[in-house]
Write a protein that binds this ligand. Structure first.
Ligand code: PGA
Length: 250
């Protein structure tokens, strides 16, 4: 049984003060439960505040939106894994489509980030997904497999600690969502890729992301291949997000 994950990617929204206001109402509305995990990916400057304010909640984990693979140095604007961990992060997003398409992050860079996080004991959430042109050219599975190569060569126990989020680029922030059936096809392929590397197919959690909202979260979560959701826009308002994480899980 894979514990479902509800992950909020706040992108470049909610600084420390707004994040703390959000958590005050959200945590009051959402009681602690051990049958799901709640993840928050705040901006780097809000990481510590979010980690501190959720410390007492065993069901909440906090992650960075991005990390650098070098331990320190002249990398203006970057955050090392050790710094993120010191601020309270237990994981990080890697290869989010905005990192890939806006900031030019390559598969080789995602691969280095995954390894650095795992070596430091943090959980990478590797994001994969195709553009609309790639989908229309029937390249979805090839693109996703190429992006999964960031996990190539990992030992089985390291691979077991990775989370994967399938986020079709054409569905992110656009209001267009993959149907549960479309997502399931890709999730099955991701699982098969992982199983091909010696990890039991059922043990790695694969999340869906891309315009998940109150109107579609229950249908997506009802699909057995979908182990959780990674949500941007709809996770920014405490009312909407607290309602969404409390959708029926059975
Ligand atoms: P969205 O973003 O929910 O706003 O589409 C999802 C994501 O980018 O992780």
């Amino acid at each position: 049984m894979r514990t479902p994950i509800f992950a909020a990617n706040w992108k470049m929204h909610l600084g420390p003060t707004a994040a703390r206001d959000f958590l005050r109402s959200f945590l009051a509305a959402v009681p602690e439960q051990d049958d799901r995990e709640l993840w928050f990916f705040p901006s780097a400057v809000a990481l510590e505040a979010v980690a501190r304010d959720t410390e007492a909640r065993a069901d909440v984990s906090v992650g960075a939106q991005n990390v650098h693979w070098e331990p320190k140095g002249a990398y203006t604007g970057e955050t090392s894994v050790a710094m993120a961990r010191e601020a309270g992060a237990v994981g990080a997003l890697v290869g989010h489509s905005e990192r890939r398409h806006v900031f030019g992050e390559t598969d080789e860079e995602t691969s280095r980030k995954v390894r650095t996080l795992l070596n430091a004991g943090l959980t990478p959430m590797l994001c994969v997904g195709e553009t609309i042109d790639q989908r229309e050219a029937d390249e979805t599975l090839a693109v996703v497999r190429r992006q999964l190569s960031a996990l190539g060569g990992l030992e089985v126990d390291a691979l077991t600690r990775v989370l994967v989020a399938y986020e079709p680029v054409w569905a992110i922030g656009t209001g267009r969502t993959a149907t549960p059936t479309d997502a399931a096809e890709v999730h099955r392929d991701i699982r098969a890729w992982i199983a091909g590397r010696g990890v039991p197919a059922g043990s790695v959690r694969v999340l869906y992301g891309g315009s998940v909202k109150p109107a579609n979260i229950a249908d997506l979560m009802a699909e057995p291949e979908i182990d959780g959701v990674l949500v941007g826009g709809a996770s920014l308002a405490p009312d909407a997000w607290s309602g969404m994480v409390q959708v029926a899980l059975d």
